[in-house]
Design a protein around this ligand. Structure first.
Ligand code: NDP
Length: 286
């Protein structure tokens, strides 16, 4: 039989994109499973995005991740989109199916819910407090609401964004939604089941920083999670752990998201431990 030397191509389009760690994680997974797949990190400006999407077809790519500023601009190119991505209004993963049609998914929030499950937790029936109302907060809150969360409380520095996100949850999902402005030394509501930092506060090189909340109101029984993945053990999580809460890192969420992309493109279950260890190695945290 003739040998096949052609690699299957995947990658990410973004600008800026140089610091995006997804490629090393996905390629470690491809290598571990002996797959002839590649993941290329590509700078694509907003103006060049239509050409880049034509290239996805011309190069017979299996799919691409999208990051800033393309997550919304990609929508007109898609033939099909997941329920969550439609509600979120943004896609971070495109899969080119065998028949050439393009499917859009948002794996940010799904990765978060999967990381909860891998740690024996679930959004179902829980009151969830989210700090932040940006892209990550939006994806996470929609997925948690679709996964059966009882109530989402969105707390954000810019009140208008919190209001908009709470309105989206209340109108498009079965969950209840509230919003509030972020006040100084803000107490965590007593009935909180899961508290999430969905801001970039604490992300390296800002790792000496943590969200301004009253940490004495965090109690054992609460689950506290961070979207920040570098460092994995943020000051926010350290403080929450010190108060007896169960903590789950953003690195786990990123690895779970990578695993979902991996399966969408290859049709195979991802080696999650390989993906997670590669990220730890990359961030000098092994
Ligand atoms: P956005 O820019 O869309 O949103 C940033 C959010 O953080 C906004 O709510 C913003 O508030 C808030 N914020 C920023 N600085 C401060 C501050 N000093 N005080 C209070 N609030 C602040 O970013 P994303 O949502 O896309 O990303 C957020 C983080 O999530 C990043 O660190 C990103 O790396 C991480 N991430 C992690 C993933 C993972 O898999 N672990 C996946 C995706 C993202 P305001 O509206 O007032 O500006």
């Amino acid at each position: 039989m003739e040998k096949n030397y052609r690699a299957e191509l995947t990658g990410v389009f973004g600008d800026p994109v140089d610091g995006n760690p997804t490629g090393v994680m996905e390629e470690a997974g491809y290598e571990a499973l002996g797959l002839n797949f590649r993941y290329i990190t590509m700078k694509v400006t907003k103006d060049d995005f239509p050409d880049a999407m034509r290239a996805v077809r011309a190069l017979h790519m299996k799919g691409v991740n999208l990051t800033m500023p393309h997550k919304i601009d990609v929508l007109p190119y898609l033939d099909d989109i997941s329920q969550a991505a439609r509600i979120i209004g943004a896609v971070n993963t495109v899969t080119v199916r065998d028949d050439g049609t393009m499917f859009g998914e948002n794996t940010d929030g799904k990765g978060f819910v999967q990381a909860l499950k891998n740690n024996g937790e679930s959004p179902e029936g829980r009151n969830i407090v989210i700090l932040g109302a940006g892209g990550a907060a939006r994806a996470i809150s929609v997925e948690c609401a679709l996964a059966g969360a009882k109530k989402l409380t969105i707390i954000n520095r810019t009140l208008e964004r919190a209001k908009e996100l709470a309105g989206l949850i209340a109108s498009r999902t079965p969950a209840e939604a509230e919003y509030a402005a972020w006040t100084e030394n803000m107490p965590v509501p007593e009935d909180t089941g899961i508290l999430i930092n969905a801001t970039c506060i604490g992300l390296a090189p800002d790792s000496d920083n943590r969200p301004d909340i009253d940490y004495s109101t965090i109690r054992p029984g609460m689950v506290v999670t961070d979207v920040v993945f570098n460092p994995a053990d943020t000051l926010f999580l350290k403080a929450a752990s010190g108060r007896g809460a169960k903590t789950i890192s953003g690195l786990g969420m990123l690895a779970c998201q990578g695993a979902l992309n991996f399966t969408l493109w290859t049709g195979k279950e991802a080696p999650l431990d390989v993906l997670e260890n590669k990220l730890r190695e990359e961030f000098g945290q092994l």
